[in-house]
Design a protein around this ligand. Structure first.
Ligand code: ATP
Ligand code: MG
Length: 387
């Protein structure tokens, strides 16, 4: 269930927010009006210098707006003492921003200590948060920031922002210094945590793929601190508001949209199956009933475990081979395409949350779906060719 604020107002409301830095002719943020609903992840994307960090700093009152209003949970932030505001908002700044002379543990303990927690509770919290961001507490607790890689510093920054269990998290490119493989794992981990804790999160990235993956909504910023479009990833990819947005999301929007469709929600084609340990006669009977080129093997509980090729013109069942990859219900059509290409396989078994067989995704069904989407998507229709 989505958490709600008391009378259903957005967790953060920006109204005509404008910021001119001293001595500048162009606004860094210009008339920004935008609501962030409670429990959602809102992503700010856009080119360098378009006012993303400035907006975060305004929300957190690190800087004051030239004009406009910011409401947090229904209250004007200028009416909340800054130190109380900071406890309710966790902030990870763009370049790590750890205290250099404090250990990792002390950095993470900053807000819990401000909140007056006892030592033991703080210690447990620090270790739990280090685990959460994938750093072994034993190894890293006592280190100093300079003894960490850039990506590790960013993880500690995320742990520190989560320290006091804030309602709101402002995260300025939290995964920017992390390599693509670890980044993907950390994104998944982050989404898993968010499904449980349901914080209200404003998250900055340069990476449109990260935005589409992580965001409940995306704000596309343009030069001069204006927002060109604020909507769900699905709507932005399907219907960019203007040429700037279309250009920013780039070509291949219909392929990106595949990443928004979990295979678990689709009506999937069936594949011929046989029970594990079935005899040659049963296999031959299954082969006779299909024009597919292999059979899927299911164990007693219905988990797919292997496959049997059907060989030669007489389609004789061959040796059973282990099934190396399968798709879970949360995997997307994009994951399916990716796995087909990397596993060099045109059919993938889909399992439910308990690992039981649900159906398959094959090249034909994928092609049909891509073309159906491309057809409703006039500005971006890279149709997949018939094989
Ligand atoms: N302290 C400051 N004094 C004067 N101008 C500033 C200051 N901080 C930022 N600016 C200017 O305000 C504009 C917006 O900067 P901001 O840091 O918000 O951009 P950004 O969208 O976060 O960029 P990036 O993606 O590179 O982090 C830029 O033109 C920048 O030069
Ligand atoms: Mg920035």
């Amino acid at each position: 269930m989505t958490p709600r604020t008391a009378d259903d107002h957005p967790m953060i409301r920006l109204e005509g927010l404008t910021k001119y830095y001293p001595g500048q002719k162009q606004a860094a943020v210009d008339g920004l009006t935008l609501d962030v609903p409670a429990g959602e992840i809102v992503i700010f994307v856009g080119p360098s210098g378009c006012g993303k960090t400035t907006t975060m700093k305004l929300i957190n009152r690190l800087i004051e707006p030239t004009s406009g209003r910011i409401h947090l949970d229904g209250t004007d932030v200028t009416e909340v003492p800054v130190h109380l505001l900071r406890r309710r908002i966790g902030y990870t700044i763009q370049q790590g921003g750890l205290f250099p002379h404090r250990t990792v543990a002390d950095n993470i303990a900053t807000v819990p200590r401000m909140l007056g927690w006892d030592k033991r509770r703080i210690g447990e919290r620090v270790d739990a948060l280090l685990d959460l961001v994938g750093l072994d507490p034993q190894t890293y607790r006592k280190r100093y920031p300079r003894q960490l890689s850039g990506g590790q510093q960013q993880r500690v920054g995320v742990a520190r922002a989560l320290g006091g269990d804030p309602q709101v998290m402002l995260m300025d490119e939290p995964f920017g210094a992390i390599d693509p493989l670890n980044r993907d794992a950390l994104q998944n981990e982050f989404l898993r945590i968010q499904a449980e804790v349901r914080k209200t999160i404003v998250f900055v990235t340069h990476d449109i793929d990260e935005a589409v993956k992580m965001g409940d909504r995306i704000a596309i910023f343009g030069d001069g601190g204006t927002v060109h479009q604020y909507d769900t990833p699905e709507n932005i990819l399907a219907d960019p508001a203007d040429p700037f947005v279309a250009d920013f999301i780039g070509s291949g929007a219909s392929v990106r949209r595949l990443s928004l469709t979990p295979v678990g929600g689709l009506a999937l084609p069936e594949w011929p199956t046989v029970a594990r340990g079935s005899d040659q006669a049963a296999r031959a009977a299954a082969a006779a009933g299909t024009d597919r080129d292999h059979l899927l093997v299911l164990d007693d509980e219905g988990h797919p475990t292997g496959w049997i090729p059907l060989l030669g013109p007489e389609r004789r069942p061959g040796e059973e081979l282990p099934l190396l990859s399968r798709l879970g219900p949360d995997d997307s059509l994009f994951d399916a395409l990716d796995l087909m290409l990397s596993a060099n396989s045109s059919v993938l078994a889909v399992v439910d949350g308990d690992g039981r067989y649900r159906g398959v995704v094959d090249m034909d069904s994928l092609r049909t779906l891509i073309n159906a989407r491309a057809a409703s998507d006039p500005q971006d229709s890279p149709r997949m060719q018939e094989a």
